[in-house]
Design a protein around this ligand. Sequence first.
Ligand code: MG
Length: 395
Amino acid sequence: MEKHSQTNKKRIAILGSTGSIGRQAVDVIRRHRDLFEVELLTANNNSGLLIRQALETDANNVVICNGDKYREVADALQPHYIKVFAGMDSVCDLVTSDNIDIVLTALVGFSGLRPTVAAIKAGKVIALANKETLVAAGAIVTALSRAYNAPILPVDSEHSAIFQCLQGTSGARLAKIHLTASGGPFRTWDKESIAVATRDDALKHPKWDMGSKVTIDSATMMNKGLEVIEAKWLFGVRPDQIEVVVHPESIIHSMVEFDDGAVLAQLAHPDMREPIQYALSYPDRLTLDNRKLNFAELGQLTFYAPDIEKFPALGLAYEAIALGGNMPCIMNAANEVAVKAFLDGEIGFYDISGIIGETMSGVDFVSEPDLDTIFMTDREAAAKAVSILKTHCHR
Ligand code: MG
């Protein structure tokens, strides 16, 4: 028996509900219970928070991916008639349910690809927070999205900004995207200081409160590289139409330029709940209790060209996107391995881009990979990166 009666509420699945994006999505839904209800929550490990979220949102189903925690979650939730499952296969199975309208993919890294593909094939609306899905398999995922009538709505703040700027401009040709970047914690550091930066230095993001993977990606600026690739697939533009501009205040979340030179921008104080909510409520806009802009108080906004010398990961991303095929997947896999090693204190900051670059030239290039090839490439590239990493560690 389903607990929710037939309503006009949008029924949401949140994949990765205990992460930074997932928690903020639960907050958005909590404030708009008249519009949304939670059908499915999934988490990797954080059983305590998953249990609290499920009770608070009155979810119908939850998945704890770590099977060791299944008993704990089941004991807590089954008395409340919440169904509990374990493992990634359950996630891929449950996202296809007829009781789900929107799947918010807030998983970290390549792991998001499989459940996202399953949700697309079931024709769900995808609120995409997992950029690595489009980086690793953009051609395949966007083709599936068209074939199965499963629109992909961006949650990444920059891409949400672009998407918002494009509303009501149908027919106008997008000439260029100006993709803004905060510049991360090392924007004003010199190369020598960055070279000896610690994990804690890199985790101090000046503007955004995010998970550790994306925060390190911001410090290396690989995050912006991933976002260039994400933008290419979401908006169907060429890489040379995407210009990265460093904007330390993080007020403009990105801009679009048309053939007549007109530029539209989306502005707000940094708060991920805004793009999350827009993806869930689209095409409507809802109220949000966020901080509003006061321009006289802001005074000025500043812009700089990115420094590829200081942030070589951004250059690698442009290389990967130019080569295409499985190269962005190779780059992404190496990045995931290297970021984890940096977070674990095994390597230095510039070893991250070093390992990515070496992996990109050490794994077989495939120009038109299918989905199986992408999964194989991810495994191969991760293994290659681990072996390169070991030589870096022993230097
Ligand atoms: Mg972003």
